[in-house]
Design a binder for this molecule. Sequence first.
Ligand SMILES: Nc1ncnc2c1ncn2[C@@H]1O[C@H](COP(=O)(O)OP(=O)(O)OP(=O)(O)O)[C@@H](O)[C@H]1O
Ligand SMILES: [Mg+2]
Length: 414
Amino acid sequence: MGRRSTVAAIDVGSTKVSVIVGDLGDQGEARILGVGVTPAAGLSRGVIDNIQSAREAIGVAVEKAEQACGMRILSAVVGISGGHISSQNNRGIIAVPDRSRAISEDDRSRVLESAGQVAIPTNRQVIHVVPRGYWIEGTEQVSDPVGMFGGRLDAEVHIVSGAVSAVQNLTKCVEGAGVQVDDIVLESIASATSCLEEQERQQGVALVDIGGSTTSIAVYDEGSLAHTACLPIAGSQLTNDLARVLRCPWEAAEQLKCTVGAAYADPSMHETVDIQAFGTQAKKTVDLRHVCEILQARSEEILEMVAVELKRVGFYDRLAAGIVLTGGTSQLKGLAEVAEARLAIPARVARPSGYSGLSDLIGSPAFATSIGLVEYALSGRERVAEAAPGPSFDVPVGGIFRRLASLGRALMPQ
Ligand SMILES: Nc1ncnc2c1ncn2[C@@H]1O[C@H](COP(=O)(O)OP(=O)(O)OP(=O)(O)O)[C@@H](O)[C@H]1O
Ligand SMILES: [Mg+2]
């Protein structure tokens, strides 16, 4: 339709802040226009603990992305995660007073609103209300009730909530960097948006994004979001273990993990590696097998914790497509194989694809969330364009600067 839809996404991770600008080309193809990445600051376990440092890091990443795309970023979709996130499923029911008329979009909105009403403490707020399915007169499940007939409409939704303070702090940091928040999106939902196949969602899958300090989970069953969770353990624990056991600087442990580390220790490994050391010696030699044994123990612990969570909510046995790993830590050599052996379900590492302009950096599993946020924002744009053709959302503000905007949504697509 020749309409330009430009959006920006900010992923405030615990190891990196990334800002990505994307749009839809003339043929509707998704494109990456600019990227800004900077090391994270002011975050602990996925939650902001130093506003000033976090704001500065976001500001730097925003500036880099602006320079890369030649546009000023005025607003963006922002990812959220952390131990404060919780989720539940809920059902809502409404009566359709006139059975002779078809169920309307208004009825659908009413039933979703009713299903989204749960009692939550005043220090928590709802972040997403995701439709899971509709039932007419309580019988067969339908994917969309609009246009059908019946006197009663039920809807089931997945509700994600978070601490008001965490949402406020995140919003303040982004606004402090000069960017308005269009929408806050759960990071695991964003990663799922960029990395899951439709067949996996239909047959049952858990997206597991293992980042720097959080492991975010999103379970899909029969095509819809069924459960979300966030565990406070991830890649930095692997590095901490190496640094503590090998008594070496943290940076040396991090490099060791990312370059030669693996999630399993092969008994036939006999190589050694030189690493930076503390004390009188500048360097020391360690057994690669020992390094991998340390990484294997923690990798298995993280995967076990994921399995415990999936069993706790009763989805473990329903995941025909197993688990899909994203996040920086999913790049640890052999992690998917260890997951398959340990959890006895299929596992694969996924990376975002299908965008033009994806570099090796942002095409890696560590950017699944960031690209997913862009995709989320763009899909909202497409629906807005269909629902309300008319004024463009890309308002020229002079020179090479164009306004980036997207529409916030309370309800997400399935
Ligand atoms: N090749 C690699 N092998 C193992 N781990 C890696 C590799 N590359 C990056 N990592 C790890 O990935 C982690 C960072 O992942 P990611 O960028 O997804 O985190 P984040 O989004 O900043 O954090 P979070 O999602 O927890 O807030 C770090 O712990 C880093 O050491
Ligand atoms: Mg992340």
